[in-house]
Design a protein around this ligand. Structure first.
Ligand code: EPZ
Length: 417
């Protein structure tokens, strides 16, 4: 089992480059299923989740070639299977994104129901409701979702919750449906907009991506695409918090600042200085960390994927912070681990009350989900002594070469195999 060892107390200094966004790359890679031919995706981050989606696409018959470290070509001329097996879906629930494209292209899909995960039950009922509204016959048998439709037809879909991958799944089904589809209360995340841009490159007609009402005019066929993935706003936010908590000063290259308003506002309120410069953003933790309240919300609200990282920062604030998680029902798994490091945190319903302490102390801790593990790295960078993080495969799902990037910023961090 790999572990990461951190000796805290180093003020981060230097430059870091942000990789392509995991949550944009996943749906964009899956969108290649919608058209026969060879698509090219650039600036793909090197992550476990990307490896999983490559395995899944290959399983379906795609031929994937790595052109260079971050450019993939995907030839989907032949789809030889419409099944996403349990062992793949259980490692990455975003595998359910193949439902829409497979039904749109092959009229059928068999996808294992995703299990729950550490942060919540994470059902896909809204995905399935949306597909039914497009004329798909949906059954759930033996743990698999089976969707069939000879011809998808446009429809009106209202999401009770602005589901990100639900919006992406339905968009990818609707582009080849007959007629118009309107998605109301659609997710507005930048990664949803990125997918819509790619679908438009393929010949789709989509209006309103990035707003709560997305309209898709179905077309008869699509063509392959060539696209470079946008930078990862959550990775960027993670490095901003790390600079702040260690009292360092870093420059971030490829930082998608325009998609980070809520995070920037809250980090500035917490006393971190964030200045946009020529092609890079300078982040300084040059003063006390101020207690700041945060409530996670769908975009453009404060992202739930930054909640654990922000909590690590607040654990060393000069005051108290109330952090409320409204998106997932169980995304406080990092609290008990942070408390092992000396944080003073009390959970009350969907809120965590964080009282800043003088110092954190390094300890052996366990990662439970992707962003919780990032918060433990951040706490370890600021804690006194050694922090040892186990189950680092969670980290590798969403952070490319995290120990190399932090080492380059001066952190004393290494991976033990
Ligand atoms: C996406 O997950 C992201 N993953 C998540 O990032 C992110 O935390 C989440 O959106 C929220 O922003 C990818 O894009 C691959 P949702 P997704 O559907 O689409 C409920 C990370 O760390 N819901 O927007 O699965 C659901 O339970 C990951 O990179 C239903 O009830 O999230 C949750 O409470 C973690 N029924 C809420 O909606 C459904 O059919 C939002 O979920 C679908 C969702």
């Amino acid at each position: 089992m790999e572990r990461i060892l951190i000796e805290g107390g180093v003020r981060l200094k230097g430059e870091v480059e942000i990789s392509g966004a995991k949550n944009a790359a996943l749906p964009v890679l899956v969108a290649s299923l919608l058209s026969p031919g060879r698509s090219v995706v650039r600036n793909v981050p090197r992550l476990r989740d990307i490896d999983t989606v490559k395995t899944l696409l290959s399983h379906l018959g795609a031929r994937i070639e790595e052109i260079d470290g971050r450019t993939l070509s995907i030839d989907t001329s032949r789809i030889t299977s419409v099944e996403a097996p349990y062992e793949l879906v259980k490692t990455m629930r975003a595998s359910v994104l193949v439902l829409g494209p497979l039904i749109a292209r092959c009229k059928e899909a068999r996808v294992s129901m995703p299990g729950g995960c550490a942060i919540g039950a994470r059902p896909i009922d809204l995905h399935l409701m949306g597909l039914k509204r497009l004329g798909v016959d949906v059954k759930v048998e033996h743990g698999y979702v089976i969707g069939r439709a000879d011809r998808l037809r446009g429809g009106r879909i209202y999401f009770d919750i602005p589901t990100v991958t639900g919006t992406e799944n339905i968009m990818m089904a609707a582009v080849l449906a007959e007629g118009r589809t309107v998605i109301e209360n659609a997710a507005c995340e930048p990664e949803v907009v990125e997918l819509a841009r790619v679908l438009e490159k393929m010949g789709a007609s989509i209006k309103g991506a990035g707003t709560s009402i997305v309209t898709v005019e179905g077309v008869r066929e699509l063509r392959p695409f060539d696209h470079a993935i946008m930078p990862d706003r959550i990775e960027a936010g993670t490095y901003m918090v790390a600079a702040g908590i260690t009292g360092g000063e870093i420059r971030i290259r490829n930082c998608p600042l325009r998609y980070m308003d809520a995070v920037v506002v809250k980090l500035r309120e917490a006393g971190i200085s964030i200045e946009e410069g020529e092609g890079c953003v300078t982040v300084k933790g040059d003063g006390p960390i101020m207690g700041t309240d945060v409530t996670t919300l769908p975009y453009p609200g404060f992202p739930t994927d930054m909640q654990a990282q922000f909590m690590a920062l607040m654990s060393l604030s000069k005051g108290t912070s109330v952090i409320t998680e409204t998106v997932f029902e169980n995304r406080f798994m990092h609290v008990s681990e942070l408390k092992r490091m000396g944080a003073d945190i009390r959970i009350e319903g969907h809120s965590a009350i964080v009282r800043g302490v003088e110092r954190l102390s390094g300890a052996p801790v366990m990662a439970t989900d992707l962003r919780a593990s990032a918060s433990l790295v951040i706490a370890g960078l600021a804690a006194e002594g050694i922090t040892e993080i186990s189950r680092v495969y969670h980290l590798d799902r969403g952070y490319e070469r995290i120990e190399e990037k932090f080492s380059a910023l001066g952190a004393k961090i290494k991976r033990l195999t």
